[in-house]
Write a protein that binds this ligand. Structure first.
Ligand code: NAP
Length: 284
């Protein structure tokens, strides 16, 4: 890529960001499309977030992604928050348009896009159990509720957070927060199980957030973790005849949707997926 005075700038703001696969995926997307754009990663402390946002704005960045721990805190520094981000309560993508900073959230839409494309699952009228009630759970549950899920049950270690999220979701669907002890019964009655906690993530590969005996052949099990690609939960689910879906696609499509918002062009998803997989394999 030739870096010139006219090169358009985008990036990622988080802390830490050294492990992020977004730069390799997004720069490949720009290059594949022949766009003179660049994507850089910025490690920003919480105390300096406001200054960093002001700096990116005045330096003319076209947009940037926001990752942990700034997805909520960044909102107060923006001019407009789109509905998806307002309802999820977090921003993962900023677009600079006519000098205004617009915050949106592509995590939930990226998840759904990946789910539909990779498994063909139609969420309308289906019963969903979500493990976890953090940021990823908020994004996914909101999107599934809006897409027509018939029922969403939230299971979380801290039960109060599950109940609060369920109450929020009741605007769109039947929802309740349940204790981990009630998870097995709920899973037996569900069509889709979405795992949004960090249990089972590298390097704690043997972690499994539910009793494997509750998994069954009529279930689609989706794990947001992408390192490893096949978590223990997905292996246990597959062994019991369930269909499985890994978190890699969510990472890919949330990036593809951000690319499309910034450039106004279709993202080269196939190529982005290839470099993402390659980069993760190289990381071990
Ligand atoms: P978060 O806001 O910190 O939420 C973490 C959630 O996991 C909370 O519900 C927490 O429960 C639960 N949890 C953590 N450790 C646990 C344990 N040992 N046992 C039971 N529950 C536990 O984090 P997040 O942003 O939602 O991310 C969660 C996961 O999703 C991470 O693994 C992340 O890599 C993955 N993710 C993937 C993508 C993707 O693109 N594929 C995108 C976003 C996130 P408490 O409320 O009780 O603390």
């Amino acid at each position: 890529m030739k870096l010139e005075a006219e090169t358009e700038k985008t990036g990622l703001v988080g802390h830490p960001v050294a492990h992020s696969k977004s730069p390799v995926m997004m720069n490949e997307a720009f290059s594949q499309e022949g766009l003179p754009w660049i994507y850089l990663a910025f490690d920003v402390d919480s105390e300096e977030l406001g200054q960093a946002v002001a700096g990116l704005k005045s330096l003319g960045f076209r947009g940037w992604n926001v990752t942990l721990p700034h997805k909520v805190a960044v909102m107060e520094h923006l001019d407009e928050i789109e509905e998806s981000a307002q309802e999820i309560g977090a921003v993962n993508t900023v677009i600079q348009q006519d000098g205004r900073l617009i915050g949106t959230n592509t995590d939930g839409a990226g998840y759904l896009e990946s789910l539909v494309r990779e498994t063909g699952f139609d969420v309308k009228g289906r019963r969903v159990v979500i493990l976890g009630a953090g940021g990823a759970a908020r994004a996914v549950s909101y999107t599934l509720a809006r897409a027509g899920a018939e029922q969403i049950r939230i299971v979380n270690r801290t039960e109060k957070k599950a109940q609060d999220l369920a109450e929020h979701l009741r605007r769109w669907t039947r929802a309740d927060g349940i204790s981990p002890g009630e998870a097995s019964i709920a899973i037996r009655e569900a069509d889709l199980l979405v795992q949004t906690t960090s249990v089972g993530m590298h390097p704690h590969l043997e972690g499994c957030p539910v009793d494997p005996a509750s998994l069954h052949g009529d279930l689609l099990v989706s794990d947001l973790i992408y390192r490893p690609r096949q978590t223990r939960l997905l292996r246990e689910a597959k062994a019991r005849g369930a269909q499985v879906h890994s978190g890699l696609g969510m990472l890919l499509y949330q990036g593809a949707l951000a690319f499309e918002r910034w450039t106004g062009r279709r993202a080269p998803v196939k190529r982005m997926g290839e470099v993402l997989k390659q980069s993760l394999e190289e990381s071990g």
